[in-house]
Design a protein around this ligand. Sequence first.
Ligand SMILES: C[S@@+](CC[C@H](N)C(=O)[O-])C[C@H]1O[C@@H](n2cnc3c(N)ncnc32)[C@H](O)[C@@H]1O
Length: 303
Amino acid sequence: MIAPDEASEPQLSLLTLNALHQVSYREAGLILLPEKVRMVQSRLRFRLRETGLDTFEAYLALVGSDAGAKERRMMISALTTNVSHFFREPHHFDILTDEVLPRAQSRLKSGGRFRIWSAGCSNGQEAFSILMHLLDKDPGLQDKDFRILATDIDPKVIAFARSATYPDRMIDNIPEDLRKRFMQPSRLNEQPAHQMTDKLRNLVRFKELNLMSPWPMRQAFDAVFCRNVVIYFDAPTQNALWPRFHDALLPDGMLFLGHSERVTNPEQLGFSVTGPTTYTKIRARKINTSNLQAAQGIAHGTS
Ligand SMILES: C[S@@+](CC[C@H](N)C(=O)[O-])C[C@H]1O[C@@H](n2cnc3c(N)ncnc32)[C@H](O)[C@@H]1O
């Protein structure tokens, strides 16, 4: 039953939802299940208003067309869930200090690099948490060849992360001593806020990147954080990502996933399971990515 004030709003049918799902799946691996119809409807009504379209069928025609590339990005942005917070899943930060940092420190001593990737970084809380944590443990990193790459498909969160300014209600989880050392008071939309210091901002690069596209990075990483991202993907999409993360890591590099995410067949892929959501690259993988993708019939776009 549709409420009276709902009746005048555009309605999303299951048929059109399914067609939008084909677009979002091909574009970004995002699944739009029938039970999410009301959520999708409410998130996309704003896009209908912005594009001046009256029906979801007209919107589908736009995002399904060659001319709709820009709006497809906006649609994906509207459909992604960007919830994040500072120092989420804190056990990973201990592993970072105990396992990743010592290896990186000895490589830095011999003139090497230390690189971390926050893949699906949302508003930047994950990348800045990693930075604050590591600089707290080893302030000397500041002057070494140490950088974090933080990427997300959603241009809005990347713009927010680059501003590095967080309303005070978002920074409760940051211990006070870290807040004092790495943040300065600021304002955001006339509300009290804090901004990360330049010292921190200079160590992180925020970039728009769709995980379904080819990855342009040439250097391998000491650690990849891809937490609470693949939960929105189906099994074939997840399985196509694991070997790519393996390839993106240095030997002994570590992959951190969110609490409800797991690599399938980690040993076959050349990972050892170091914790429930922590994987260490132990050797070359046995499965070839292209064979795997072909076997699974992965047909994501590469734009
Ligand atoms: C729930 S947030 C997780 C943020 C952070 N990693 C954390 O654990 O707090 C998921 C992020 O994944 C991003 N995302 C979803 N699909 C993506 C894709 N195909 N490529 C890159 N990022 C994607 C979303 O835009 C969103 O910002």
